[in-house]
Design a protein around this ligand. Sequence first.
Ligand code: ATP
Ligand code: MG
Length: 248
Amino acid sequence: MIPRDHPRYESLVTREKLVEGVKMGITTLQGLIAHGRGEAFDYILGEKTKDFALKAEKTAVAMMLLAKHPVISVNGNTAILVPDKIKELAEILNAKIEINVFHYSKERVAKIAEFLSNFGIDALCAGDSELEGLSSARRIVDSRGILIADVVLVPLEDGDRCEILKKNGKKVIAIDLNPLSRTARMADVTIVDNIIRAIPKMIELAKEMMNMSQGEIEEIIRTYDNKKILSEAIDGIIGYLEETRRSL
Ligand code: ATP
Ligand code: MG
């Protein structure tokens, strides 16, 4: 048991969940390493949802509200960390949930599907079609989901698939704490925030924005500039580091 008053309580609980996920065959060992990179970036961002993340989250919700076929792509880490929140967000946005993993096996996908079903999620995972131009298992998709999607939310994505999704004409929203990653630079909207804060924030925003007019929602998308957001995220890191150095 991790004591609640531990200064790194949140981070330790998250790690425990991922370790449990490995034991359950849902998270991979590589997933643990990827999380470590995420944590390092979260640390130098001050572990808070900053204004640049909020703007990206708002735009992401706007795009999904206007989408015809919005899909939330779920990998092992996402399934373990925020299953209940993914379900809530998908319901509000009328989005489908599809399981899509880099380290693919039928057994692993089945385990993730079973885990998600405990949260009332009927995830797409037929794996009956392929995205062209991608050699990794990420190419295997569901013909009712990512294949026909116009907007895809891809938390913790790898850069290659992000690129292929775009080549297939899809708008890509990434959640990635690393503003320097290929994914971050490739996506249409990059949410530089921890997934455990980003998804709940998007739920909150979706509830607020549900009743906005189409014009208002379109305006949010029209005025969004992802390059500017990434540059603000990098400034955010520099600012946080300088502030910390001054306080030594
Ligand atoms: P590329 O540069 O091609 O995008 P990558 O080097 O980012 O690839 P991956 O292992 O595919 O490598 O990426 C995992 C990404 O997920 C990392 O950039 C990390 O910052 C991010 N990440 C990990 N855990 C979280 C989390 N909890 N919330 C948000 N982002 C996370
Ligand atoms: Mg990446």
